[in-house]
Design a binder for this molecule. Structure first.
Ligand SMILES: Cc1cc2nc3c(=O)[nH]c(=O)nc-3n(C[C@H](O)[C@H](O)[C@H](O)COP(=O)(O)OP(=O)(O)OC[C@H]3O[C@@H](n4cnc5c(N)ncnc54)[C@H](O)[C@@H]3O)c2cc1C
Length: 552
């Protein structure tokens, strides 16, 4: 392991930065730079576990305290040609905050963490970008309010990060994605101009012949999802909701994935608005324990949110699969016991046999689990939930409230259990794509076929709309050594995203693009590169803001 300990930031530039934000808020020591070497991009985690450190370390980490300091920082970066990477909480999973140039500085916005206003009358709030989601929710809840935005990373992600990456929370079917919640923003662009998208007559855009005050919403639209490439978000005004007093969550089981998806599609197209809809494919359902029979539903234990399965869950699932297969093959009890004894060893190797396991999982006559939840203030919710229940029972079996309650209680608990898998030399990652209903199953199959030789893969379907839904693939794999693991990881992403593009799906739904998917964005928007170049010329003519992200 060799890491260059000294920052390449020249002393004179360091002094400039100290003059802007104060000495304690400029960090150039190796441990500080290594702390920002990666966000939650699994490729970076593979590198770290393989002791290959410092690949993407910035030259400095700077923490401004307010908008004025951010304006000064951007002006300084323009003058010195220094790339700037905005940083919220670093929970992004696409390498959106990694430094690709050793002179880049990270601008960490966590000191701007105030909830400035939350008005129960207008149901609007103003927040600074560094406010962590869970802290915000606690403050709002104390006032009887909620934003309604619950990404699984709620405890470790920020308001600015949500807006910059077009995030989606678990309750997006009711409350929308973050772009549906934002009213306006304050942004410092790459020319060091402060843009208030609620617009003022003296807006600098007027000089360029663009009447910003006539198009405030459009500027907000451009900035949401721009992932720090067009501006640093310094404040946002967002719509609030009264905190729900009623939460009705249930589980259902369907004989096939197709029937589960048909049921959900009909529910959405009839105009029902559940807060949460999550259909798990056969293997994910098996891991979730959906194979219990009706009437024993109190023992069900669907996983919380599935950013990635824990190694235990994955191995238990593989174990269930092996025993089930043994029973189906009519193996006598002693043989089954033998299978059991061999299981641990076999399961350890199973992750190395992705094609075999993927195909066995496909041949299972397993059912599919659905978690569906309704939230609100009054009896209308009871009626909507009852109507949904009768609709869903035409396709599948009601498992009662227990699976729904269990999911609700554990919805933030699973996502943090990936480390042991990386420690064991395997990797786990997720690929969230989206498409319209007629293409959901073909896209699901196309991606499975494309990567089934490389990794073990399963999926759930959430963030549903009248016209389609997102597919959230979880995959796990490993290689003989670090380089082999990286090669498997990269082949999986490339083959997976090529399959998504060829099948006409969108390569991202809510994790953003970052660096990892930037080479594929052109598939989603054929005219995109030219449009993006035009936007860069307007907002960031020197290309200092988060270079090589979103498009490359
Ligand atoms: C366990 C886990 C679960 C997750 N679950 C979900 C989920 O359910 N839904 C979901 O949508 N995502 C999820 N994510 C992904 C991630 O949490 C989101 O992308 C989130 O929006 C990132 O917020 P952050 O504050 O951590 O941003 P960061 O990772 O710090 O930054 C993300 C991007 O936004 C830019 N950026 C950050 N702040 C600003 C700013 N103020 N101005 C301009 N640009 C900025 C960065 O440069 C970067 O490009 C999950 C991640 C993990 C690790």
């Amino acid at each position: 392991m060799s890491v260059h300990p000294a920052s390449p930031l020249p002393p004179a530039l360091r002094r400039d930065l100290e003059a802007i934000v104060g000495r304690p808020w400029v960090r150039t020591a190796l441990p500080d730079r290594l702390a920002y070497d990666n966000d939650c991009w699994p490729r970076g985690i593979i590198l770290t576990r393989g002791r290959r450190l410092g690949v993407h370390q910035p030259s400095a980490v700077v923490q401004p305290k307010d908008e004025a300091e951010i304006v000064e920082l951007v002006a300084w970066a323009r003058a010195t040609g220094t790339p700037i990477i905005p940083f919220g909480a670093g929970s992004g999973v696409c390498g959106g905050t990694v430094a690709l140039d050793e002179h880049a500085i990270v601008v960490d916005l966590k000191r701007l963490d105030a909830l400035l206003e939350a008005d129960p009358q207008t149901l609007l709030m103003r927040a600074q970008p560094g406010l962590i989601g869970m802290n915000m929710e606690r403050e709002l809840n104390a006032r009887g309010l909620t934003l309604g935005h619950f990404p699984s990373s709620l405890y470790c992600s920020s308001v600015g990060g949500y807006l910059a990456a077009r995030s989606a929370g678990q309750c997006s079917s009711l409350y929308g994605k973050i772009e549906d919640m934002v009213v306006s923003m304050r942004v410092v662009d790459g020319r060091a101009r402060l843009i208030d998208t609620a617009a003022s007559p003296t807006h600098p855009w007027l000089e360029e012949g663009l009447a910003a005050q006539d198009h405030p919403a459009q500027i907000t639209e451009l900035m949401v999802g721009s992932e720090g490439t067009l501006g640093l978000i310094t404040e946002a005004t967002l719509r609030l909701q009264p905190r729900p007093t009623r939460q009705l969550y249930r589980g259902f089981e369907f004989p096939s994935l197709k029937l589960a998806l048909d049921a959900v599609r009909e529910m959405m197209q009839q105009g029902l608005r559940p807060a949460v809809v999550r259909v798990y494919d056969e293997f994910d359902s098996l891991i979730s324990g959906s194979r219990r029979r009706r009437g024993r539903s109190s023992g069900l234990s669907p996983r919380g949110d599935a950013h990635a399965p824990s190694p235990g869950a994955l191995l238990r699932g593989l174990g269930k699969l092996a025993s089930k297969k043994a029973r189906e093959l009519g193996l006598a009890a002693p043989v089954e016991r033998l299978v059991d004894r061999a299981q641990r060893e076999l399961l350890g190797r199973a992750v190395g046999q992705p094609l075999l396991i993927n195909r066995v999982a496909e041949s299972l006559p397993a059912g599919c689990l659905l978690i569906v939840g309704f939230e609100g203030q009054n009896a209308l919710i009871d009626e909507e939930a009852a109507y949904a229940r009768s609709l869903l029972e035409r396709y599948g079996v009601d498992l009662g409230e227990a699976p729904g309650r269990h999911w609700l209680q554990n919805r933030f608990s699973v996502s943090y259990k990936q480390s042991p898998m990386f420690d064991a030399g395997t990797f786990v990652d997720t690929m969230e794509v989206s498409t319209t209903w007629e293409n959901v199953l073909p896209l699901y199959q196309a991606v499975r076929r494309a990567v089934e030789h490389e990794v073990f893969i399963m999926a759930h379907f959430s963030h549903v709309y009248a016209e389609g839904c997102s597919i959230y693939f979880t995959f796990a794999g490993f290689g003989a050594d670090l380089d082999d693991t990286l090669a498997t990881y990269e082949r999986t992403w490339e083959q997976g995203l090529e399959a998504v593009a060829a099948q006409g799906g969108s390569i991202a739904h809510h994790h953003g693009v970052g660096y990892s998917k930037a080479a594929f964005t052109r598939h989603d928007h054929p005219g995109g590169p030219a449009l993006f170049a035009d936007l860069k010329a307007r907002f960031d003519p020197d290309g200092i803001l988060n270079p090589s992200k979103v498009y490359r």
